[in-house]
Design a protein around this ligand. Sequence first.
Ligand SMILES: [Zn+2]
Ligand SMILES: [Zn+2]
Length: 327
Amino acid sequence: MLVARFMAIDDLRLVHEDIPEPGPGEVLIKVKAAGICGTDAHIIKGESASTPPVIIGHEYAGEVVELGEKVTTLSLGDRISVDPNIFCQTCYYCHTGKEHLCLHLTALGVDLDGGFAEYALVPEVQAHLLPPNMDFTAGAFIEPVACCIRGLEQANIRPGDEVAILGGGPIGLILLQLAVAAGGRVTLSEPVQQKWALAKELGALRTVLPEEIQLDAFDVVIEAAGVRATVEQSIKVARRGASIVWFGVSPQGLQAAIEPHEVFRKELRISGSFINPHTHARAVKLVGTGVVRVEPLISHRFPLKDIEEALKVHASGGASKVMIMPN
Ligand SMILES: [Zn+2]
Ligand SMILES: [Zn+2]
């Protein structure tokens, strides 16, 4: 099978390998779609932790083609999406209901072989069945949607709240739809005006350039770009008593200038949002019922052999979601 294996910083290799055999509790899937995420780009550049050599790609879906021993809940031909995050079940956080903060978190596509491959091993417990009406590209979106649900939970939107989303990439547009579903009145701040029409179609009341967004105006601010400018701006556009979520994954080492007095005076609540605690099954429902539309977020599809080009398109910033279609 063809795989994209991350070997070391700036060294992602397309290689042919044997198709692996599922062990006890594992299934082999034929990977049908795998999304490129900002985290993949960070991993390749050494800006995000991983355990090479490893097949990257953690947003993927496929069809079960082989069952390991002791697999009881999946059958051949099942269509699944993968929750890539695996917890140790023994550390302090796992024992106190905060599994996603596990000290020994490992993830498929980051530390263990993932989805940029024609076939992939998936532990049975990490698989979620797709409803019959959901195609595999939507299935590959479940993981980012699940992470965005966590972000929404951290945001505490009340119906009628003015919500600012800073960044209109695929993640910003998923957060936008979830915020609208939660009753928020959403303003999307995004410098690339070609992205505005889709944001409006997905429920944004207003679309604005970053330099034109109103200050001191939003009950909830969700930063969805992971860059210094939006992190700093999130404090400025928040109104008194606002809740702010820094959702975008900034590269390790990035620093931002925050004035603590402003946080004090406006009594701001700033929160991070990490991965997908108990949100994957709900993400399947929200995408399956069309509450969150992901199809319009896909701008490119590439075969696995063209992953280099796909990564370049992703990095160009003009693209929305870039999908790898390994089969
Ligand atoms: Zn991701
Ligand atoms: Zn743990």
